[in-house]
Design a protein around this ligand. Structure first.
Ligand SMILES: Cc1cc2nc3c(=O)[nH]c(=O)nc-3n(C[C@H](O)[C@H](O)[C@H](O)COP(=O)(O)OP(=O)(O)OC[C@H]3O[C@@H](n4cnc5c(N)ncnc54)[C@H](O)[C@@H]3O)c2cc1C
Length: 506
């Protein structure tokens, strides 16, 4: 599937071009927003500007993320343990319901033939949580008891029986110490998503439309709001180095790690005080097809003490560009770049008078995280394989190669108690006049892109959303739109029946 550069964005003799919507970046977020807006109003003139020469090459690319369809089935950090020992499930319920929104949108697009066959971008991959030791087994048992009472998680299975677990994940159970307390939960219709292929599919369909234009190899370097509230945007052509200006009535900063500097540039009051802390990632990638073929699941464990939530180790079946792979990680790391293909000056350049205090406060309060990241950076191959062998006891160093994953920029913002704190979620920042939105942070990320972009539309297209036609179109794409999948068991049943069948996940 190829995407091509379209119009001459920076033609020197052309007057400034005006767009209704400017999407900065070609990752899953911009592609989803463009797709939704195009369905809601096909007359909107939409441009997508991407600094790299191809679509979705940063965090969204298949090799740069874990491809987990985050639904709260296997990620233990979404169900933290309260001080009294009880397991909190609220966050997992919300993430599960949000993932169902993405599944509905993708199902509708597949039905409309606006996306290719589901197998090209989403594959059924059981989601398992696996723990060992009496304390963690007790935690998992309690987590299971709480979750399975809710309709969103009613199909979850649980076992402490090593023979049953060996059937679910043979590599993980082979030659495990006998007598060790072990337990796992499993949801058979968990998914692996190749977000890169999905995004390229979305952009391909957008490109069929005359009111959409894609501009690869162009970087947004500056933006300024004019008196008429429209945005004047400076763009540089990466090959000729020429710059030009275009105008947008609405701008979405879907630039991944590059969103924070652009938000700072915009000068909107809502963007003040935000800082970013980059965390890089690495995987061990299995190079032995015999081993790859013996594992068919995403097996998530518990994060080591002091590790950030996105460092939960997992042994993952992946299908990237149609080929099976097996990855273990992520191993976190530190760099000052905000994008994988970014600059070492990204972090220092993002420090401004308005975010200096929260950034200093966050760095003081998260010394354990800094220590953890430094430890991760200096690990040897042998140490990384030793971490893997806690999951897969027979792991051999020669079967695994280290590969770089994508870059995450965690949000730092002001907080009353500590002056500044580090957050591991996603945040949508919008201008009060609805002319600009930015997406910061990276978790749960691509899986909840549909819900995140619906939020952008609800906040920035308030007038249009009062239109019965827009609401009807949204409900056609996402039948649960405006309703609660957390509260309505019957609605969930019908929605899930359709998405699992359409996307061939069951
Ligand atoms: C290691 C890792 C594991 C992850 N695992 C998962 C997972 O299992 N499941 C999940 O759902 N999510 C996961 N995520 C998160 C997910 O990958 C991201 O949330 C998602 O891809 C972000 O999409 P995006 O469109 O916002 O950004 P990106 O995909 O990063 O796209 C931003 C684009 O903007 C472009 N850009 C930047 N600056 C400019 C500029 N000035 N001008 C023009 N273009 C610009 C970039 O080149 C890039 O193409 C993971 C992320 C990482 C790093």
């Amino acid at each position: 599937m190829k995407t091509m550069i379209a119009s001459p964005l920076l033609h020197p003799v052309m007057p400034e071009t005006t767009f209704d919507v400017l999407l900065v970046g070609s990752g899953i977020m911009s592609a989803t927003l463009g797709t939704l807006l195009r369905q809601l109003d096909p007359t909107l003139k939409i441009a997508m500007v991407e600094r790299l020469d191809a679509v979705a090459q940063e965090s969204t690319d298949g090799w740069n993320n874990a491809g987990t369809g985050h639904a709260g089935y296997c990620e233990l950090n979404y169900t933290p343990q309260a001080k009294d020992g009880s397991v909190e499930i609220q966050r997992a319920l919300g993430i599960n319901a949000n993932f169902e929104v993405s599944l509905q949108l993708w199902s509708w697009l597949v039905e409309q033939q606006a996306l290719p066959a589901p197998r090209s971008f989403i594959n059924p991959t059981p989601h398992l949580s696996f723990v060992w030791g009496e304390t963690d087994v007790a935690f998992l048992r309690q987590r299971f008891e709480r979750l399975r009472q809710h309709h969103l998680f009613q199909d979850m299975e649980y076992s402490e029986d090593p023979a049953m677990l060996a059937g679910w994940m043979p590599l993980v159970m082979q030659h495990r110490a006998p007598g060790q307390a072990v337990a796992a939960t499993r949801v058979s219709y968990g998914s692996d998503v190749d977000f890169g292929t999905l995004t390229r599919g979305l952009v391909n369909t957008l490109q069929q439309h005359p009111n959409f234009s894609l501009h690869l190899g162009h970087t947004v370097t500056a933006l300024k709001q004019r008196g008429d509230r429209q945005w004047q945007v400076r763009v540089q052509d990466g090959s000729s180095r020429k710059t030009g200006t275009l105008v947008a009535k609405f701008i979405f900063l879907g630039a991944g790690g590059g969103a924070l500097p652009l938000l700072q540039q915009s000068g909107i009051a809502e963007g003040k005080g935000y800082g970013g802390f980059p965390v890089s990632g690495q995987w061990l990638v299995c190079n032995n097809p015999d081993i790859i073929n013996q594992h068919h699941a995403k097996v998530y464990g518990k994060a080591p003490l002091g590790a950030p939530p996105m460092s939960v180790p997992h042994l993952d079946t992946r299908i990237i560009d149609g080929k099976p792979a097996l990855l273990f990680g992520p191993y976190a790391g530190f760099t000052t770049k905000f994008l994988k293909q970014g600059s070492f000056f990204d972090l220092p350049a993002s420090i401004k008078p308005n975010n200096l205090k929260p950034m200093l406060a966050a760095s003081l309060h998260h010394r354990d995280l800094t220590r953890y990241l430094i430890g991760e950076v200096f690990q040897s191959h042998r140490e990384r394989v030793s971490a893997l062998s806690r999951f897969y006891p027979d792991a051999r160093a020669e079967d695994w190669t280290l590969a770089a994953a994508g870059q995450r920029v965690q949000i730092i913002k002001h907080c009353k108690e500590q002056g500044g704190k580090l957050e591991f979620g996603t945040e949508i920042v919008t201008a009060s006049d609805g002319t600009l939105a930015a997406l910061l942070g990276a978790s749960p990320g691509a899986s909840t892109s549909a819900q995140a972009m619906l939020t952008v539309i609800e906040r920035c297209f308030k007038e249009r959303m009062r239109d019965a036609e827009w609401r009807a179109r949204l409900q056609a794409m996402i039948p649960s739109y405006g309703l609660s999948l957390v509260d309505d068991a019957e609605l969930l049943r019908s929605v899930r029946q359709r998405t699992l069948a359409t996307l061939a996940l069951r």
